[in-house]
Design a protein around this ligand. Sequence first.
Ligand code: SAH
Length: 271
Amino acid sequence: MTIAIESLDKLLAPMRGDCAAGSVSLVGAGPGDVELLTLKALRLLRSADVVVYDRLVSAEVMAEVPPQTLAIDVGKRPGCHGMKQAQINQLLVDLARSGRQVVRLKGGDPFIFGRGGEEMQWLQQAGIPCQVVPGITAAVGCAAATGIPLTHRDCAQSVRFITGHSKTGEPDLSDASLGATQQTLVFYMGLSGCVAIADQLRAHGRAGDTPVAIVENGTRVTQRVITTTLSELANTVAREQPQSPALLMVGEVVRLYRPESLSAAALASAG
Ligand code: SAH
């Protein structure tokens, strides 16, 4: 049962009497494919009193929430604001204080660019019992679903997960070591800043022909993969108009992409 944010007040009345202890589980929902949920996440989803979720959580994952369980959508969509982070933090505290077992369901992994760290700190300060359940982060899900390894002994000794959207809204790419070869860079929220990303990586010394994969809706039935190069990235994005959620994978590993050789099982699970 999905409820509107406006009718939350009614929910915050104590559920099991004043002394009942509520708690919050920060649970990773993975990148979309429901089979990538952990068993722990599934168990918590099925036993929660209320699930607080955001827009990255796929419909298939939400279908695992029992129909009688309250589900609160606090998601932000481009051009349409959901609840502000401070309101979400407070909602989690209020729901737990009302005695409920709360699942805070977040796309991917709660501790990778998901503001799960902030929510955990807030809960800790409020004295609310809190546990964290990891999820498969988008980079790992997309790597598996495309057959692009994140590391490879021949060409990538390390991988970095980078946000294209720092506190200022712009990517912070001042670190010159981003120009080093032999590493894979994965940009989350990188679509809108793709021009700056390509320019900065070139300025730090990455070659213009460094391959880039744009993975849209990774692991979902709607998955789309577009390959290009750093020097062509801006043109490709303008032409192909990839939509969020999408990742940019940058590095020699992208040359290993072989769409024709993805196994039937992988394609079936991607739909
Ligand atoms: N906590 C999440 C990331 C949240 S930031 C995680 O661990 O995956 C949101 C960004 O994640 C999106 O803008 C996009 O860059 C990326 N993302 C999330 N799900 C994705 C998916 N299924 N396919 C491609 N990118 C995805």
